[in-house]
Structure formats: C-alpha cells, structure tokens
Write a protein that binds this ligand. Structure first.
Ligand SMILES: [Zn+2]
Length: 412
C-alpha cells in the first residue's frame, strides 16, 4: 500500500486540495489527506512538490508508430499531395523505422504523460515494442483493400496480424482491436466481415472517416482529386461504397471515428445517435490541409471526442500537451477555460470510456495509472488549472502505471 498527495488532485468531482490517494495496483481510496493518513497510518506518503497536480494517466487514442521515421520527408499543406508523397516515400520511411526508433517515440509519449495509447497498425511491425512497452496499448490491426482482386489476400493477412495480437493476451497490457483504414480504401464485403469479427469477439473498432474534401467528393460523386489517384494506382474509376453505406455497416457497434472534419450536421447527428465517438487530431488536419473539425457542433451533439496526435507522418510530435495547445489555438472562438477543461476530460475519462478500460479517473477501484505535473507557480483559481496545465506542461514529473512508478521525480 502506498499513499500519494499533491497540491491538487483531479477527481471526477473536480480539483481537490488537501487530498490523497491510497493505492497498490489499483486505487484503494481517495479522500482528504487527514482521513487517508488516519486510515493507513503505516503507509509512507509521497508528496509531489510545490504547485503539483495529480492527473489520471493521459490516453492518446490514435497514433501510427510505423511512420515514426518521418520528420521532413513528406509534402504538407494539401491532402492529395501528401498522399502521393506517402506512396512515393513509404518504403523508405518504413525501412528506416526500426524497433529502437519506435521505442524512443513510445518513451517520448510516456514522458508527456501518456500511459495508454491506441496504435493503428498497418503491418504489425510495432507489435513487439508495444508488447514490451510500460504503457497499456490498444492494438488496432488495420484492414485495407478496395480492389476485389486482392481483398481476400489482404483480409487473410489482416486475420494473421489480428491473431498475433490476440496471442499476446492475457499476459501483457495489450488489447487487440480492429481498425478500418477508410471508406474509400476498404471493400464493403471485407468491411462487413471485419465488423462481424469485432462483434463476435467484442473488439474495439476504429476507422478514419471523412478526413479531406477530396474523400467526400470521391465518395459522393466519384470525381475530384481522388479519381486520377485511383485510376493511376488502383486501375479503378469508381468508389467502392457511399458515405451512408459505410456508416450503416457500423450499426450496433460503437466505433471510434478519426477526423470527421468533412462530416455534415446529419452525419454527425448519426454518429451521436449511434453512440460513436471521434478522435480529433487538429495538427494533422491542419498540416494536411483538411480544415477544422467544428468541435462546437461535436460538443452540441454530445458526441464523445478525444484529442489524439495521429502519427508522425502528419505531425511533429506525439505529445498530447502539444496537441492540446494547438487545439486551444485552432478553435479560437471557443471559451478558453471551458475548452481547456473539456480537452483534459477528452484525454482522460472520455478516452477511457471509448476504450472500455478501467482507467482515466482518480477514484477507488480504477487502475492506479496517474501522472504528476508541476506548474511554475500557483494558479489563480481551481477553474484555471486545466488551461495553465496545458499551457505550461512539456514533460510530466512522475508516471505511475498499475501502481508502478515509471518516471522518477527529480529530487529537491
Ligand atoms: Zn490516422
């Protein structure tokens, strides 16, 4: 049994002062410091230091580790130019991305307080580093393939990868899951099979959805910038599905849809009514020229959303703090303090609900995953803490996963 306290603890009831937590692998009790000390008189108490705040571990629901080698190789600013460039440079980038590089990126996530992440895996190359990482990982095996001539082979490969990730259970902190690449790149027949599999094995599902204007135009009318792309690379002139047909396939299975920047009010309403959620990656959207997700509409429709980094093929860091700072700036008409509060919620309790994991909240019974951060000075009020946390945190001071201390605090 261990005890921990900080100047402020972020609980489901808000920020608490003079509070403490008793924990082993899970959180045993959260109460006033006085009561916790009385209840567990023999346990040693650790204090996070001046201006410290204890948060649940942060959750990055959408990242592609396989593209970690990219820094300056890809063309940003326009989605189709970026996609052409990805296809041209793909083999080089994948070749440069070894286990050591991916491990470094996982450690970078850890040092910015990410204790759980959702890895979208195209080839299964990152399974080993994910399995040995200290974090919890939802391992999304990605299905891709729109050309009927190749879909069976691609589906077979997907099944093999899924099986490999399922075999890592239950000894490791890996949760096997399924990702559908996108409406334009997955044939409806294998889409149905994969969703059937997700339902049968109760696996989490994720899918890129309506990221760019070009995607929307292609799915709606078979025209636009995707047409020459598909003609050139896939010898086809027609989309394999429509927006509604694609969305309908996910009925009765709550899915984490990534981007949704080009979704209409009706489509967002559909997501809301069917209990789906959104991974919002604002830096990726900006860098690929996809536009801004109207987060105010998402909030009005009460669609659960999570801020996520996407991969380094469309970003310059995997830090959720960098992502949240950018989110504050991009959504510049939103009230600042309340946006900051909902961003912190999006990467803790909301993301935990989306993943169905027993994490994301500091309350008794949850896994003891938490991070300690320190502000440079005292906040002016409790309601200002989320904003000041997002503005001032680059690295966290301490990380605990399942009650184990992963990053040690520097001594004072
Ligand atoms: Zn992605």
């Amino acid at each position: 049994m261990k005890l921990i306290t900080a100047d402020y603890i972020y609980t489901p009831q808000g920020f608490k002062e003079n509070y403490a937590i008793a924990f082993d692998e899970t959180i045993i009790a959260v109460d006033s410091l006085k009561l916790i000390m009385e209840q567990f008189p023999d346990a040693t108490l650790h204090y996070g230091g001046e201006f410290s705040i204890l948060y649940p571990g942060f959750i990055n629901t959408h990242v592609h580790l396989e593209f970690s080698a990219n820094t300056t190789s890809l063309q940003y600013g326009n989605f189709m130019e970026w996609l052409d460039c990805v296809i041209e440079k793909r083999n080089d980038l994948l070749g440069q991305c070894d286990n050591q590089l991916m491990e470094n990126k996982i450690n970078e996530m850890l040092s910015s307080g990410i204790t759980t992440f959702g890895a979208i895996s195209s080839f299964g190359a990152e399974l080993e580093v994910c399995a040995t990482s200290p974090q919890r990982v939802v391992f999304f095996n990605e299905l891709i393939g729109s050309n009927p001539a190749y879909v069976d082979t691609l589906y077979g490969d997907f099944l093999e990868r899924l099986k490999s990730s399922q075999n890592r259970k239950p000894h490791e902190k890996i949760t096997p899951a399924i990702a559908i690449h996108s409406p334009y790149s997955v044939h409806p027949i294998v889409l149905k099979k994969a969703i059937g599999l997700a339902k049968e094995h109760r696996l989490l599902l994720s899918a890129h959805f309506l990221e760019s204007q070009a995607e929307r135009e292609w799915l709606e009318s078979g025209s636009g910038d995707f047409k020459p792309f598909f003609e050139k690379f896939f010898k086809t002139s027609f989309p394999v599905t429509t927006i509604n047909e694609f969305l309908g396939a996910f009925e009765n299975h709550q899915t984490h849809f990534t981007h949704c920047v080009q979704a209409t009010q009706n489509e967002l309403q559909y997501l809301s009514h069917h209990g789906h959620s959104i991974a919002h990656c604002p830096r990726s959207n900006r860098l690929l020229g996809c536009g801004r997700l109207e987060i105010e509409r998402v909030e009005r429709l009460e669609i659960p959303f999570c801020i996520a980094t996407d991969g380094l093929s469309s970003n310059y860091s995997l830090s959720l703090f960098d992502e949240m700072r950018a989110t504050l700036m991009i959504h510049d008409t939103q009230p600042l303090q309340s946006l900051a509060t909902s961003l912190i919620q999006s990467v803790t309790s909301t993301a935990a609900d989306v993943f169905g994991l027993n994490i994301g909240k500091i309350e008794a019974g949850k896994e003891a995953d938490f991070v300690m951060i320190r502000l440079p000075n005292a906040p002016i009020s409790l309601s200002d803490i989320p904003l000041q946390t997002i503005l001032h945190t680059k690295k966290v001071c301490e990380v605990y996963i399942g009650g184990q201390k992963i990053i040690a605090s520097p001594t004072f």
